[in-house]
Design a binder for this molecule. Sequence first.
Ligand code: AMP
Length: 190
Amino acid sequence: MRQLSTGDMLRAAVKAGTPVGLEAKAVMERGELVSDEIVSALIGEELDAMGPTVGAIFDGYPRTAAQAESLDAILAGRGRTLDRVIELAVDEDALVERITGRFTCANCGKGYHDKYEQPKVAGVCDKCGSTEFKRRPDDNEETVRTRMAEYRAKTAPILPIYDARGIVSRVDGMAAMDEVTAAIEGIMAA
Ligand code: AMP
C-alpha cells in the first residue's frame, strides 16, 4: 500500500524548481488550490509508476468535483476501483491550533508539535538526533484559514457524490490520537 499525497508531490516539485513547482508555489503559499489538471496528472503518473498490483491511499486528493471526476476516469482506465473514502471531522479552531503548531525534523521527517509533542531533549530530534527542524510556509494562521475556506467551498461538496455510492466512513478527528488511528485501521481492514 502506498500513500499518494498531492501536497507532498507539489512540495517536491516546488523544491526541485520544475515547471509545475514554479506554477504551484505562490498558489500554495496563499492556501488556494492548484489547478485540477496539474494534480490529476501527478496522480496518474504516480499510479503508473507504482504498477497495477500496489494499493493506494489518496491523501489530499481529490479536492474538487472536477478532480473527483478525473479520479474516476484515471482509475477506470487502469482497471482499478475506489473502495473507501474516509472523512476526518475536526473542529476548525482545533485544526488551526494543530496545524500552526506542527513542525518536522529536517533530516528524518519525524513530526512534532509546539504544545502536544516537543522533542524529549529540546532542539534535538528523538529519532535521529538532528538539530534541524522545519515548518511548512503555509502552516500560518492566515493561510490555514484560506485552506479551510477552500475545503468548505470546493472539497466538502464532493462528499455527497461518494455518500451516494455508500463508500464514506466518518472518523471523529477530535478523539485521542490512538483512537483515531485505531478507527482508521479498522476501516482499512474491513
Ligand atoms: P496539503 O499538503 O494536502 O495540505 O496541501 C498543501 C497545498 O498544496 C494545498 O493548500 C494546495 O495549495 C495544494 N494542493 C495539494 N493537493 C491539492 C489538490 N488535490 N488540489 C489542488 N491543490 C492541492
